[in-house]
Design a protein around this ligand. Structure first.
Ligand code: ADP
Ligand code: MG
Length: 618
């Protein structure tokens, strides 16, 4: 019998490997940017067309490659970064697996121009189907200029799997941002379809953080900095007011490598306990530096997950450092180091800051306005008014009265019938003048003709708003012009998202106009959003929209409507007056589908007399 096992040809093996490393344009972007960083570049330009589907080009001024290396770079497991197994435990470069260029060459048309400083002429290499098809000397600047065209041109299944340009662009920006945050000493620019998306000058970590998060963060970052023999942590956490409803703006780097770690996220989130509402997420950009032998970065093909030699220590340290920072700047209401003995002994926690540390802290503008005490234990408690401010930041949503009691422009509310009964639905009819009872500030108990119903105020209102916004898509919703248009400054990613939904927002009553880089002017808001809150309302909306955006079942508009309804609904826990409860119930039963929310949760439960009586019979 003939043998059936054979070795796969290189181009097929590479294509299979590419599946792990290059999943979408953003993964190629990450690999190419990291190569430029590893080459010691001080300037890195990323150029893309059609969100990277047509072209991804990275131009760097790093050390370049000689003619032989320029060709070998595309072979599998070709790397200049490690040569022995010991090296694997001392990695200081971003790359080391030697897979990226081989993978890219397997799934795109690649060309490369590169020159080293000591060479007069550079090398041009063209690769097709993993094979070098052309090399020639070429005049070019020192550094490397690599471009890959038509990603997945030879793997249609993968190409078809790519998402919309705006979705892929978002991923690219995410990767770009991560690399740029890790290396603020490098100039980075990004151009999409000939348009300058950003150019970030080299600068400090703080400056880069502001580039990424937006100017509005100037006064909203708290520096974190602790040093021990074992590891160093630096970076920033956002003040509590910058907490978001979703996990955006959370960056964690280990030895300048962006990593995802639910475990460490937990550590940081806990440091914010009591400072931000539950279910909201603090923003942070934190850098840990640790001896490379203490981490294993080779546990994942894209190196976004790592293993620490001792992750409990890291957990406790990160948490202590963040708590310390928050306390130092009078943000934590009180200090509670309920930590391992290990951590209690860390210098950062035991010893007061040195004069040198104190001076460098004091000279930074970030700390202006904060108490300059150097020991967390002596920091005065945060003032009541300040704490009130954070609280109101989260509760400044439309109130029940604002949302409900506007019968004038609420055309959807049907006036109750002359019979004194609300519109009957599924056999339910409620007495209009009945006294309603609110239970636990969450449920409304309403007598019905043959029993009673128990209404969940938040879910009921969600249904009401949902139908209202849905109808608005046919007939545009009323807008109230803002007296004083509000300027909204967003992060790049949020700005792109907002652009994407700006027209749909217009239909439900938001009049928003682009206003220069990542800024928008809010000219008008839906008639039922209380003015003064427009900024919060939109920021929250964006956060919630992100939650939904992975869900492909629904149209953009449907997602938006659901977000709006959820966001604007009165909340459980809010006390309601008789009039508000009546209006809510009236509106609920005027809905086409009053009994469930858009997501299928019941809005009320019907207790029929017969059923209740049954419960009481022996
Ligand atoms: P790795 O980065 O894991 O070593 P890659 O496939 O990404 O593997 O790159 C292979 C090799 O090509 C690198 O080790 C490096 O020597 C060289 N190389 C890639 N990109 C550049 C660049 N922009 N400048 C200089 N050398 C590069
Ligand atoms: Mg690499």
């Amino acid at each position: 019998m003939a043998n059936s096992i054979h070795l796969l040809p290189d181009h097929i093996a590479n294509q299979i490997a590419a599946g792990e490393v290059i999943q979408r344009p953003a993964s190629a972007v990450k690999e190419l940017l990291e190569n430029a960083v590893d080459a010691g570049a001080t300037e890195i330009k990323l150029i893309i067309n059609d969100a990277g589907k047509a072209l991804i080009q990275v131009i760097d001024n790093g050390k370049g490659m000689n003619p032989i290396d320029a060709q070998n770079a595309f072979a599998r497991h070709a790397t200049s970064k490690i040569s022995s197994i010991e090296d694997l435990f001392q990695i200081r470069t971003m790359g080391f697996r030697g897979e990226a260029l081989a993978s890219i060459a397997a799934v795109a048309q690649v060309s490369l121009k590169t020159r080293q400083a000591e060479e007069e002429l550079g090398t041009s290499v063209v690769i097709e189907n993993s094979q070098v098809s052309e090399t020639s000397p070429v005049a070019c600047p020192v550094g490397t200029n690599i471009s890959m065209k038509n990603l997945f041109f030879n793997v249609p299944a993968r190409r078809n799997f790519l998402k919309s340009n705006s979705a892929e662009l978002k991923h690219i920006i995410e990767e770009f941002t991560r690399v740029a945050l890790a290396f603020p000493e490098i100039y980075f620019s990004l151009t999409n379809n000939g348009q300058d998306v950003f150019h970030w000058e080299a600068g400090s970590f703080k400056q880069r953080a502001i580039h990424v998060l937006g100017n509005s963060y100037q006064s909203k970052l708290v520096a974190v900095g602790e040093k021990t023999d074992y590891l160093t942590i630096s970076g920033f956490v956002g003040k509590p007011e910058t907490a978001k409803k979703t996990r955006s703006d959370q960056y964690f780097f280990v030895n300048r490598r962006f990593i995802k770690s639910a475990y460490l996220h937990h550590a940081i989130a806990h440091a914010f306990d009591g400072l931000i509402p539950k279910e909201s997420f603090p923003s942070y950009i934190l850098y840990i530096d640790v001896d490379p032998s203490q981490v294993d970065i080779n546990v994942h093909p894209t190196k976004q997950e790592i293993k620490f030699e001792d992750d409990k220590i890291i957990y406790a340290f990160v948490q202590a450092a963040v708590k310390h920072a928050l306390a130092q700047f009078s943000i934590a209401p009180s200090l509670d180091f309920s930590l391992d003995a290990d951590i209690q002994q860390l210098d950062a926690i035991q010893k007061p800051a040195t004069d040198e540390q104190r001076n460098s802290t004091a000279s930074s503008s970030l700390y202006a306005g904060f108490t300059q005490k150097n020991q967390a234990h002596f920091i005065p408690r945060v003032s009541e008014s300040e704490r009130q401010e954070w609280k109101s930041f989260f509760s400044d949503l439309p109130t029940a009265e604002g949302v409900l009691a506007q019968p004038d422009n609420d055309s959807f509310i049907v006036k109750s019938s002359s019979m004194g009964l609300y519109k009957a639905t599924e056999g339910i009819s409620l007495n209009e003048d009945a006294l309603l009872l609110q239970v636990n500030n969450t449920y409304i108990l309403a007598p019905a003709q043959n029993g009673f119903i128990l209404i969940h105020q938040q879910l009921a209102h969600e249904r009401v708003l949902y139908e209202k916004y849905q109808k608005a898509s046919v007939q545009p919703h009323a807008t109230q012009k803002s007296l004083f248009p509000v300027v909204l400054e967003l992060s790049v990613a949020d700005a792109i998202l907002l652009e994407e939904i700006i027209e749909d927002l217009a239909i439900i009553g938001y009049e928003i106009e682009p206003f220069g880089q990542n800024s928008f002017i809010i000219q008008g808001i839906p008639a039922d959003v209380i003015s003064g809150n427009e900024k919060n309302a939109i920021e929250l909306l964006l956060e919630q929209f992100k939650h939904f955006s992975g869900d492909i079942k629904f149209s953009k508009r449907e997602k938006l409507i659901r977000c709006m309804a959820r966001q604007s609904a009165i909340k459980a826990g809010q006390s309601l007056g008789q009039k508000e409860m009546h209006t809510l119930i009236e509106s609920l039963f005027a809905c086409d589908t009053p009994n469930v929310t858009a997501t299928g949760a019941p809005t009320y439960i019907d207790f029929k007399e017969g059923y209740i009586d049954g419960l009481f019979t022996k």
